[in-house]
Design a protein around this ligand. Structure first.
Ligand SMILES: NC(=O)c1ccc[n+]([C@@H]2O[C@H](COP(=O)([O-])OP(=O)(O)OC[C@H]3O[C@@H](n4cnc5c(N)ncnc54)[C@H](OP(=O)(O)O)[C@@H]3O)[C@@H](O)[C@H]2O)c1
Length: 334
């Protein structure tokens, strides 16, 4: 049986380009005792994948040249010599950008397609969902009546953060690129206000949208937007550093916030988060989020692109702002 894979061919300088990747058709190996074969159905596309291409120290090892590109996946077990998994089970893990994966089952967990569409396990009930939930609630510590600003607001993490903050009784302001995304935030996700950073002066728009100042800023983008929000924070504000997508493809040093003294003046804190620190508590978050989806308090938006062949271009959609909601690549037809 043949497998389709995307391997890392060359580390990019700046944006990933066509020579970053190698498309390979390989043989699916025979299963050894303890192994199982997964037919992958959805592949998660995440901004962090750009960071995994750099040969630099981070919270996770870089992807090695020649290796299958790392990615979150959900798929179906089609053969098993592992006593913990049976043919027909659906499983979530990091099986990479490929159609089939052989694994020993470690770091794999079963999911139920009857409880939620499979793609949700890569989005709102998966890694981005856990990021938004714990980043906001544990580090942002929002209180009813406070004002929360979130950037990357129409994406996987940002859209959930804003909706949870609404559930917690906050005023929620999203920052996103383009009028359509801003309309989506207000009309579909129930945000109180939205700022189009591509056409508006963010600092001025924040003054209008946050008349009582900013108590929590959930930062997905870094750069100039982080700097603008820092000018509007309140006493004891919490800045959650979740990501800095505006900086991931830089060929020059990362731009830090020149307005950081606002933290001093306002006795505010800025704290980085890594989702995996909360693994032990994922079930709590999944139960809460599933409940909110069920009650209609949280709306889910997945952006599905079909065809593993499209992986390189689809990944770039994240950096061009071409996704609305959680971006996934659909592999099979099931
Ligand atoms: N710390 C953690 O453990 C953790 C875990 C998961 C994700 N993250 C981070 O969370 C952030 C959001 O991830 P996600 O999966 O939810 O992605 P996403 O928001 O669904 O997609 C990325 C979005 O970023 C925006 N963007 C791209 N380039 C930008 C730029 N130069 N300036 C401003 N915005 C830009 C685009 O939206 P617009 O059209 O609005 O520009 C794009 O749609 C990323 O920074 C990611 O690395 C961190």
């Amino acid at each position: 049986m043949k497998n389709k894979q995307w391997q890392l061919a060359k580390r990019p300088f700046g944006e990933a380009t066509s020579d970053t990747w190698l498309y390979a058709e390989t043989d699916v190996p025979e299963l050894k005792d303890g192994e199982l074969l997964i037919k992958i159905q959805y592949i998660s596309l995440d901004p962090a994948m750009r960071g995994w291409l750099n040969d630099a120290k981070s919270y996770i090892e870089p992807v090695q040249i020649g290796a299958v590109m790392r990615a979150g996946t959900v798929g179906k077990v089609v053969a098993s010599k592992n006593e913990n998994f049976a043919e027909g089970d659906y499983v979530c893990g990091h099986q990479g950008v490929q159609e089939y994966a052989v694994t020993d089952g470690k770091m794999l967990h079963k999911v139920d397609p009857k409880l939620a569409p499979l793609s949700y396990y890569l989005g709102v009930l998966g890694m981005p969902g856990m990021t938004g939930y714990f980043g906001l609630l544990k580090t942002g510590e929002p209180k009813a009546g406070e004002t929360i600003v979130v950037s990357g607001a129409a994406g996987a993490v940002g859209g959930l953060v804003g909706q949870i903050a609404k559930i917690k009784g906050c005023r929620v302001v999203g920052i996103a690129g383009g009028a359509a995304k801003c309309q989506f935030l207000i009309n579909e996700l129930g945000f109180d206000a939205a700022i189009d950073y591509k056409s508006q002066n963010v600092k001025k728009a924040l003054k209008d949208a946050c008349p009582k100042g900013v108590d929590v800023y959930f930062d997905n983008v870094g750069g100039d937007i982080l700097d603008a929000v820092l000018t509007q924070i309140n006493m004891k504000a919490r800045i959650v550093i979740c990501g800095a997508i505006s900086q991931y493809n830089n060929t020059t040093p990362v731009k830090g916030p020149s307005n950081y003294l606002s933290l001093l003046v306002n006795r505010a804190k800025m704290e980085g988060i890594v989702v995996f620190d909360n693994i032990a508590e994922y079930p709590i978050a999944m139960k809460d989020i599933a409940g909110w989806i069920h009650s209609g308090e949280i709306k889910v938006k997945d952006h599905v692109v079909v065809g593993i062949e499209k992986f390189p271009d689809t990944l770039m959609m994240l950096f061009k702002g071409e996704n609305l909601g959680k971006l996934v690549l659909k592999v099979g037809d099931e």
